[in-house]
Design a protein around this ligand. Structure first.
Ligand code: SAM
Length: 282
């Protein structure tokens, strides 16, 4: 039996592997593993991106927290990165009229459509347009177009590094409607604290409401993962539980019960442990 070990500041994962395929694209190294514990696993430049068994946690949390916070019909969503398709699949559950996805690496999308058909199931929906280009360039000059921008990027090395800067967040803000919301994956506060802190401090330079939140994701470094919500007018913690319960119940009537996100998770995810607060305040 082969083994794959993710090298991530000592907090990476080791899994037994039945088979693997590795190749290079112009942007990154792709590794597709068939693992004992998590089913198929996509690894880019040595970092785990998604697995069949635990993908729902990441994708539900990056989409439903901001879209339920928006609290009105969702018209247009932009996903930056997200080549596996899971974020688009979840965003479509909010019945948007349009979802744009901008992914730098066409080969990630092609591989995921073939190897992860359940995760990529929304990518052929007629409301979805996929642009194969750099998200940083794509968003420049866009004005008041999107209800939500979801930054589903990889770690801040290689092509994703530009998606963590203050200048990029300024362009994201311009691309949003005035009551729009943005969320980004913001790394592991335990294993990648510096990157987590950079996201929060850069978002705070641009948006008035900035709220990090957590989810437990077994295959990500240390398991403790974060996302950060930002907006100039919406706050996930100002939505009343009664209102959110109503929104969720009408969603569930049409789309069924989600696997991870629920009313308690919506608020509980924003509870940040003391060691993280103390390091942020240092
Ligand atoms: N769930 C993941 C995580 O946090 O590990 C992210 C998944 S998704 C596969 C990340 C995608 O972002 C990759 O497919 C990568 O090609 C894409 N990406 C990286 N930099 C990008 C950029 N500058 N513009 C658009 N897409 C980018």
């Amino acid at each position: 039996m082969l083994r794959f070990t993710e090298m991530m500041n000592g907090a990476g994962l080791t899994v037994d592997v039945n088979s693997s395929i590795k190749y290079k694209t112009p942007f990154q190294e792709i590794l597709l593993l068939e693992t004992e514990a998590f089913g198929k696993m996509l690894v880019l430049d040595g970092a785990v991106q998604t697995t069949e068994k635990d993908e729902f946690i990441y994708h539900e949390m990056i989409v439903h927290v901001p879209l339920f916070t928006l609290g009105r019909d969702v018209e247009k969503v932009l996903v930056i990165g997200g080549g596996d398709g899971g974020t688009v699949r979840e965003a479509l559950k909010h019945n948007p009229s349009k979802v744009d996805m901008v992914e730098i690496d066409r080969e990630v999308v092609e591989l995921c459509k073939k190897e992860f058909p359940e995760i990529a199931s929304g990518l052929d929906d007629e409301r979805v347009s996929i642009f194969f280009e750099d998200g940083r360039e794509f968003i420049k000059g866009k004005k008041g177009e999107y209800d939500a921008v979801i930054i589903d990027c990889s770690d801040p090395v290689g092509p994703s590094a530009v998606l963590f800067s203050e200048e990029f967040y300024k362009d994201v803000k311009n691309a949003l409607k005035s009551d729009g919301v943005v969320v980004t994956q913001s790394e592991s506060p335990f294993a990648q604290f510096d990157a987590f802190k950079v996201v929060i401090s850069n978002l705070k330079k641009v948006f008035s409401v900035v709220r990090p939140y957590l989810a437990f994701i077994p295959t990500y470094p240390s398991g403790m993962w974060s996302f950060t919500f930002a907006s100039d007018s919406k706050d996930p913690l100002s939505v009343s539980p009664q209102e959110l319960a109503e929104r969720l119940s009408s969603f569930e009537k049409n789309k069924g019960r989600l696997k991870y996100y629920n009313l308690e998770i919506h608020y509980g995810a924003f509870a940040i442990p003391n060691f993280v607060i103390d390091k942020l305040n240092k």
